[in-house]
Design a protein around this ligand. Structure first.
Ligand SMILES: *Cc1c(COP(=O)(O)O)cnc(C)c1O
Length: 378
């Protein structure tokens, strides 16, 4: 059994993916070929945002957005403590101060109350200016944007949605990557919308932001004279081959993959309720299930259950074993553990089960039964 079955997806989309790649190879426009522009247009339309600028990966997408806003030294950037490192690292890359914020252990997303308390503390200390909050749509579920946007507005801050794991999610009828002042996503192969290598994208609302991002992703080049570089940027583009691969994958995601993921999640939840703590999806929210993560009682039980499942050939993962505040790269910052009780609980108890759009009912029953027995034993 596969944790993410990319081969099954390739088999389902093989004809379209192969012909798309063959067309790119035949024409030879490997950098910013027509498929890149086509994909950007389709993504913007799909999300419901005016502009989409693709780039080399989800980490660059975050860095480019902070560069767009001129975020740097003296600015405080608030991020959930429980996330992939890039959410925090991007702020350090531009010289800003990272402030990790505790999460809700039920949704795994940033806790709005903790966010507001942390912003007020930074304001009171007066050393850094609160500039940006980067909520993450962790494991596929959008963060609580209504409350987060209100908090940001009150404190004069910008919101950057890190939708790397969230593409395809929704709150009401609004799609992931349409929240905040800008949003980013990643096309790393295992994400809900993944390519066959690295890729990423930024979503914005205004023509001037779109133009500036296109300059920033091309080493700050000028619009009229491309050999007059007007600012410092980076080299960060999406390959034409990856765009050709993403076009049929985007169609499949919307046509049936999101529905299949949600059907599988419902089956897991039904089979596992009362056995482990199943993931909470807030009312009106739709997850794109980048991960289906359950909570065991404690670290000992989690580790024993993971070993037992492994022995039966069932792959599971621990996302994430430690919080941002515990990373060696931030060891000099001294963030006390007591501020991050939500993270610490999640890190020691979380376990992600096999999840992808091509999971069969037999797979789900097998995993659920094995998990039940492992919990009884552990
Ligand atoms: C994967 C991921 C990123 C970074 O994306 P890459 O394409 O791997 O650089 C950023 N944030 C989150 C939450 C992610 O899961």
């Amino acid at each position: 059994m596969q944790f993410h079955d990319l081969a099954a997806q390739y088999q389902a989309l093989k004809a379209e993916i192969d012909s798309g790649m063959a067309e790119v190879l035949a024409k030879g426009q490997f950098i910013l070929g027509p498929q890149v522009a086509e994909l950007e247009e389709k993504l913007a339309q799909d999300v419901g945002r005016k502009y989409c600028v693709s780039c080399a990966n989800g980490t660059d997408a975050l860095v480019l957005t902070l560069m767009l806003w001129g975020v740097g030294p003296g600015d405080a950037v608030f991020v959930p403590d429980f996330t992939y490192f890039a959410t925090a690292g991007c702020a350090s890359t531009v010289g800003a101060e990272v402030i990790p914020v505790d999460i809700r252990t039920d949704t795994f997303n940033i806790c709005p109350d903790a966010l507001e308390a942390m912003i007020e503390q930074v304001e009171k200390e007066g050393k850094y200016r609160p500039r940006v909050v980067i909520p993450v749509d962790l494991f596929g579920q959008p963060a609580e944007y209504e409350r987060i946007e209100a908090i940001a507005k009150k404190h004069g801050m910008l919101v950057l949605e890190d939708g790397a794991q969230g593409y395809g999610g929704q709150i009401g009828t609004k799609n992931a990557c349409a929240f905040g002042d800008a949003a980013t996503t990643s096309f790393f192969p295992a994400k809900p919308l993944g390519c066959y290598g690295d890729g990423g994208a930024i979503f914005v609302d205004h023509a001037d932001e779109d133009a500036l991002l296109r300059s920033l992703r091309a080493n700050g080049r000028g619009v009229e004279d491309k050999y007059d570089n007007q600012r410092i940027g980076m080299n960060s583009r999406l390959d034409t081959l990856q765009a050709a691969i993403l076009l049929p994958k985007l169609r499949a995601l919307r046509e049936y993959e999101i529905a299949a993921l949600n059907a599988s999640a419902d089956k897991y939840t039904q089979a596992l309720s009362g056995v482990v703590q199943t993931p909470t999806v807030l009312s009106g929210y739709v997850s794109s299930w980048a991960q289906y993560s359950v909570l065991l009682e404690d670290r000992q039980q989690r580790d024993r259950v993971q070993q037992e499942l492994k022995a039966q050939g069932i792959p599971t993962m621990v996302y994430y074993p430690r919080g941002i505040h515990q990373q060696t790269a931030y060891a000099h910052r001294h963030f006390p553990d007591e501020w991050y009780q939500g993270t610490l609980a999640a890190c020691s108890r979380v376990l992600a089960l096999p999840m992808h759009p091509y999971l069969t009912d037999e797979d789900i029953s097998r995993v659920s039964e094995a998990l039940k027995q492992a919990v009884q034993k552990a």
